[in-house]
Structure formats: C-alpha cells, structure tokens
Design a protein around this ligand. Structure first.
Ligand SMILES: Nc1ncnc2c1ncn2[C@@H]1O[C@H](COP(=O)(O)OP(=O)(O)OP(=O)(O)O)[C@@H](O)[C@H]1O
Ligand SMILES: [Mg+2]
Length: 250
C-alpha cells in the first residue's frame, strides 16, 4: 500500500503541519506536527472528536489558513481547482441556477444544459431554478453546493460536514453521484463527517485525528469492524470514537 509513503503519484502531501493559537496560558498548538498523504481517485475521510482540528486542517488544505510550520504540497493543483464545501455553504444573492453555473462562468465554460437539468432533477431542485438560493432550506443549500462542486469539476474537494442536513434519500443519491463521477475523473475527495454509515459507504481510506494530531490511518477494513477484534485498531481514542458514533463493534 502506498498510503503513508511519499510516493511520486501522491497528489496531496502534508508534512509536519502545525498551527498555534494564543491562549491565556500562552501559545498552544491546535494542529501539531501533522502528516498526511492522499492520492487521486480516492475518497478519504477525516474523522475525530469535536475540536480535534479537522476544520482547521480543511482550511489549511484549501488555502484559507496559513500554517505556522510545515508544508502542504498539492503537486500542480492550482487554487482554482481546490474547493472547500462547508456545513453552511456560501450562496450568492442570486437564483439557484446562477449560483450553480457561477464557477463555470468564471472559467468561461458554457454550462452544459442537459447535465444541469439532470443534476437538478436528481436532487429534486428542478422546480427551484429561479428561486433565490438564499431562500432555500439548509439541506437544499447543501445540495446546491454539492451539485456546484460536481459540475465545475475541481481536482480536490474537501467536504467539511457538507452533507449533514441531507435526508437519507438525498444522501443516497449523492453518494452514487460522487462514486460515479469519481470513476470518470481522478478527483480527490476528502470527507469530514461524523456520520459513520455514510463514511463507510463512500470512503476507502480514513484518517483519525485527536487533539491536533493524526493518530491513526488505514483502509476501511483496517479501521472498522470487518476484521476480527484482535486485528482492529488498538488506538483507544479511535475505539472510543467508534463506540460513540457507531463504527461497528470496535
Ligand atoms: N483562534 C482560535 N483560538 C483558540 N482556539 C482555537 C482557535 N481556532 C480554533 N481553535 C480551537 O482549535 C480546536 C480545533 O478546531 P476545529 O474547528 O479544527 O475542530 P473540528 O475537529 O473541526 O471540530 P468539530 O467536529 O466540532 O467541527 C478547537 O478546540 C477550537 O476551539
Ligand atoms: Mg469542524
């Protein structure tokens, strides 16, 4: 397995990343010497308890935050090919349709009408094309943001709790769409989520963070309960996390 090694095909490589914040007791790290390597065509999850540093890492990867130490190498993926999908996506004060095609227009790409119709239809948003995007419900806004990302095809997508408001049917449709798109394009997906059943369906490789450090990484099988108990992760923090969030019998 090439994960964890600095192989020549890896597309995102993070080395020794640290971020400090000022506190009453002096400077404290919120990310501490973190390493991570991900490859194209893979879907990854970053898991970890509240406050473990996942969103901070997401902002660093997508260029919204500068580290105090360490490096992030995206090997030729430019800033316009990297997208952060937050829990509350940004919507321009414009229609659903214009929000959807905005990134394409920025890049002088003609919106493909058939594909847009199909996407809106699959997400149940066809009727809402002309509605102001900011008047959509929370779940509808998340759907629009996900469709927008699928449509303009960035090469690296970090979804930070970006599907938390989707109902089960919509989640199901999206998982299929993401997996279909992934077959066509070697896009890197990094999904941050506490929804374990969703992570298990979508993701092939997992990173587990705890207190600003990357504590464990491995394939779905390695970290979840598909293995006999003696071979499951021995990391106590991960086992506790899976007990709470339901990662099987760990
Ligand atoms: N500017 C700041 N000053 C002090 N502490 C900060 C600052 N920014 C972030 N933190 C702390 O850093 C830690 C990591 O925050 P982060 O948002 O990355 O966590 P997270 O893993 O995304 O958590 P969640 O699952 O709740 O979304 C938190 O404990 C947060 O309070
Ligand atoms: Mg977060």
């Amino acid at each position: 397995m090439s994960h964890g090694l600095a192989g020549p095909t890896s597309l995102l490589q993070i080395k020794d990343l640290s971020v400090m914040v000022e506190t009453a007791e002096g400077d404290k790290p919120i990310l501490n010497g973190l390493n991570l390597t991900v490859e194209p065509g893979q879907t990854h999850a970053i898991m970890g308890p509240n406050g473990s540093g996942k969103s901070t890492l997401a902002k660093l990867i997508t260029g919204l935050l500068e580290p105090d130490r360490g490096s992030i190498d995206t090997e030729g993926i430019g800033p316009r090919d990297i997208t952060l999908l937050p829990r509350k996506p940004y919507m321009m004060n414009d229609t659903v349709y214009n929000n959807l095609v905005y990134p394409l227009r920025l890049r002088n790409i003609d919106p493909p009408p058939g594909l847009i119709d199909e996407y809106l239809d699959r997400m149940g948003l066809s009727r809402r094309r002309k509605q102001k995007a900011r008047s959509l419900s929370g779940g509808e806004q998340q759907k629009l943001a996900l469709l927008r990302a699928l449509l303009f095809r960035p090469r690296l997508i970090v979804a930070d709790e970006a599907m938390t408001a989707l109902d089960m049917d919509s989640l199901d449709v999206f998982e299929k769409m993401i997996l279909d798109e992934k077959k066509k394009d070697p896009v890197i997906w990094i999904v941050i989520s506490h929804q374990m059943s969703h992570v298990r369906r979508l993701v092939s490789y997992l990173f587990f963070m705890y207190h600003g450090k990357m504590e464990v990484e491995g394939s779905l099988d390695e970290l979840f309960s598909n293995l006999p108990s003696e071979k499951q992760s021995s990391n106590p923090h991960l086992r506790q996390y899976l007990r709470v969030y339901g990662g099987g019998t760990a």
